[in-house]
Design a protein around this ligand. Structure first.
Ligand SMILES: [Cu+2]
Length: 142
């Protein structure tokens, strides 16, 4: 009995991962100023699958940590801080853009420079994972 339910749980996990169809759209970050090891990655996440996706966490290559951040009003001051988990309905897209959600990256070993690419992965509930590379843009937006 115990064996059967473990098998079913595993099957559900696998079928859920297979049913997931997630794409990361136009990921980018601004080149951090010299001496700064933090950055914010912006992107779109499209859920083209048939089940809801829930964005839980992120990892960034060469960084000590990466967190999903959002902006919130605190009195009349705007603050940013950890946000999520963020659900994405089937057929919907979640936008992480300046002034809103972003991936807060800290402790970067090497400073990303304009024109470079920073590999990262997004982790969703149910063991779903999607990876891409964020384009590093210059201050002028190039
Ligand atoms: Cu932040």
């Amino acid at each position: 009995m115990r064996r059967t339910s473990a098998f079913i749980a595993l099957f559900l996990l696998v079928s859920r991962a297979l049913a997931a169809d997630v794409s990361i759209e136009s990921p980018w970050l601004l080149e951090p100023p010299p001496g700064q090891t933090g950055a914010a990655i912006y992107l779109g996440v499209r859920n083209a699958g048939s089940a809801e996706l829930v964005l839980r966490s992120a990892t960034v290559e060469g960084a000590a940590s990466a967190e999903i951040h959002g902006h919130m009003m605190h009195g009349d001051m705007m603050h940013m801080g950890p946000a999520g988990p963020l659900p994405i309905a089937p057929g919907a897209a979640l936008l992480l853009a300046p002034g809103g959600y972003h991936l807060m990256v800290s402790g970067l070993g090497a400073r990303p420079v304009t024109g470079g690419r920073l590999p990262f992965c997004l982790e969703f509930e149910g063991g779903v994972r999607a990876c891409s590379e964020a384009l590093v843009k210059g201050v002028a937006g190039k």
